[in-house]
Design a protein around this ligand. Structure first.
Ligand code: SF4
Length: 320
């Protein structure tokens, strides 16, 4: 895994000038909310401008990593205990779920994604991470607007489509985020040597446990909360997804700001903000996982029917 992050105000300030405190450096780049930065001015040739912008973004990202690491290493406060975090969940649910009455969230009155993220940023700061499968970059963009250079955890299983890796790289170039590649203990080759080739065919539960679930659990030990892109409309198993919950398996707060969003809302947001999306979405793959376990889906079919097709398995284990 690579490193950490900081809160929006701190990061923006640190990012602009920390490594090069001269006025020249601070005037070269100012991270902006939509992730595209910068006012370069002058008459630099176009290529030099692009290079300068890329370098400035890397400086900002590195400074944020350092600042966030300092905070999470206890430089500002310690990681709260599970009991303390469960209290935070109760407060958040009462505030954002639209009702504290029994029976779960009132989906007509619950808070917007932006309000949920604002609460999470206030509550957790750099102890908040975003998880992304790199199907799209909507959640990462929404969070980065309020917490620039937030850590975005990408489960790099070693089995992804080239398009998914390309989306990951494009997100790193275009958004004010810090992509953290969460990798399994063993490479695909090492796993093949230990468990035999194509474990995903013989025992996908074990393969997912080794390559997705365990590495993410390990990564989440460094945070108090994770925001996921889980949506109720994606699958019957996600129908009751709350905005905020306690994640018992990972011992962190789990936040699903997009729980109530439809596919159309995701598409509209991505288009409105010019965000990168995985090109496979437009090529018959409405739900994208590892290449060996993801198939094209016929028009109108269940969107997740291409995942582990022909098996009972419907979730990798990260979300229950
Ligand atoms: S989705 Fe398939 S290849 Fe990816 S970790 Fe799970 S079983 Fe393995």
């Amino acid at each position: 895994m690579s490193g950490p992050h900081s809160g929006s105000t701190t990061v923006t300030g640190v990012a602009a000038g920390s490594e090069e405190p001269s006025s020249a450096a601070t005037s070269v780049i100012a991270p902006v909310a939509d992730g595209t930065a910068t006012s370069l001015g002058g008459s630099l040739p176009r290529l030099e401008q692009i290079r300068a912008r890329a370098k400035a973004r890397e400086r900002a990202r590195a400074a944020a990593r350092e600042a966030h690491a300092h905070i999470r290493a206890g430089g500002v406060r310690r990681r709260r205990t599970p009991e303390e975090l469960k209290n935070v969940v109760e407060r958040g649910q009462a505030l954002l779920h639209g009702t504290s009455l029994p029976g779960g969230p009132d989906t007509h009155r619950e808070a917007s994604a932006e309000a949920v993220i604002a609460w999470a940023v206030r509550e957790f700061g750099p102890w908040l991470a975003v998880a992304s499968s790199m199907q799209d970059t909507v959640l990462a963009h929404l969070v980065a607007k309020q917490l620039p250079w937030v850590d975005v955890l990408f489960g790099d299983t070693g089995y992804h489509f080239a398009e998914t890796i390309g989306t990951r790289d494009a997100a790193e170039l275009s958004l004010d985020v810090n992509i953290v590649d969460v990798r399994p203990e063993r490479t695909v080759g090492e796993q093949d040597a230990t468990h035999g080739p194509r474990l995903y065919e013989r025992d996908p539960e074990k393969c997912c446990a080794l390559r997705k679930v365990a590495p993410m659990r390990q990564a989440l030990r460094g945070y108090e909360a994770w925001a996921t892109g889980l949506r109720r409309g994606e699958a019957s198993t996600r129908r009751n997804a709350p905005l905020i919950t306690w994640d018992e398996k990972n011992q962190v707060v789990k936040i699903n700001p997009l729980a109530g969003w439809t596919d159309e809302q995701v598409d509209e947001y991505a288009q409105e903000h010019g965000l990168v999306v995985n090109p496979l979405l437009g090529d018959g793959y409405p739900s994208i996982g590892c290449a060996p376990c993801t198939q094209r889906v016929a028009a109108g079919a269940d969107k997740r029917s291409g995942r582990w097709a022909g098996r009972d398995k419907v979730e990798c284990g990260l979300h229950g």
